[in-house]
Design a protein around this ligand. Structure first.
Ligand code: 13P
Length: 252
């Protein structure tokens, strides 16, 4: 079901104590603000997930992981399975972040497997897509995103696809302070929705949440979220500061 979402991707930041402090600040902050029609998701690093799901029982947010193995179980040293995440009440998982595509060679084919693993365990994938700067400059950004969606996600059956959350994250906007303009975000989100209409039909497209990510902050969130096809944000840097993250949540 389409809903407004603000998700914080902490990436590889914070120690245990710092994570504890940040979750505490966010929880207390959430008690003090009125939250209008928005789901909040915290995606801390793996070692802090269980602490975060414990907090979530008493607070108004859900918990997501930042990655999952494409394997089910067994001799895969260092991997974390979807079943493990499920067993500590993780409800969402980011897959296909551009940093994982770039540094860990994650391909769209692997992402299909990861999405399937997660869905089997009742965890909702937050699928990231987005073009690099030279691809946009060459006018190829629509094609890039189309290929990412078609290769990784459009392999899913309609029932499974209907559970997915999509995050459009232009790579040139991530961590750079350069945000996509409101028009650029809306244009790409509307395009993504049109691709979903073609593949899965109007009803599914209408019900799919499409988030924007890339230097989204307390100042620009309101304008970005005001677009009809922007259903919230996947926030990096600004999700590490409780005050900023809470302001973004209040941008709806
Ligand atoms: P920034 O908000 O730091 O640009 O990061 C966005 C992002 O990559 C979220 O997944």
């Amino acid at each position: 079901m389409r809903r407004n979402i603000v998700a914080g991707n902490w990436k590889m930041n914070k120690t245990f104590q710092e994570a504890d402090d940040l979750i505490n600040e966010i929880s207390e902050g959430l008690d003090d603000i009125s939250i209008k029609n928005v789901e909040i998701i915290l995606c801390p690093p793996f070692p802090f997930l269980e602490m975060t799901t414990d907090y979530a029982q008493e607070s108004n947010f859900s918990v997501g992981a930042q990655n999952v193995s494409s394997y089910e179980a067994g001799a895969y040293t260092g991997e974390i399975s979807a079943q493990m995440l499920q067993s500590i009440d993780v409800e969402y998982c980011i897959i296909g972040h551009s940093e994982r595509r770039k540094y860990f060679k994650e391909t769209d084919e692997i992402l299909t497997l990861k999405a399937e693993m997660l869905l089997k365990c009742g965890i909702i994938p937050i699928f990231c897509c987005g073009e690099e700067l030279p691809e946009r400059e060459a006018g190829n950004h629509f094609n890039v995103v189309k290929t990412q969606l078609e290769t990784a996600l459009f392999k899913l059956d309609p029932l499974d696809f209907g559970k997915i959350v999509i995050a459009y994250e232009p790579v040139w906007a991530i961590g750079t302070g350069v945000t996509a303009s409101s028009d650029q975000a809306q244009e790409m989100h509307a395009y993504i929705r049109s691709l979903i209409i073609e593949k899965y039909g109007k009803e599914t497209a209408k019900n799919t949440s499409i988030l924007y990510g890339g230097s989204c902050n307390a100042k620009n969130a309101k304008e970005l979220f005001a677009n009809p096809d922007v259903d919230g944000g996947l926030i990096g840097g600004a999700s590490l500061i409780a005050e900023d993250f809470l302001k973004i949540i209040q941008s709806f």
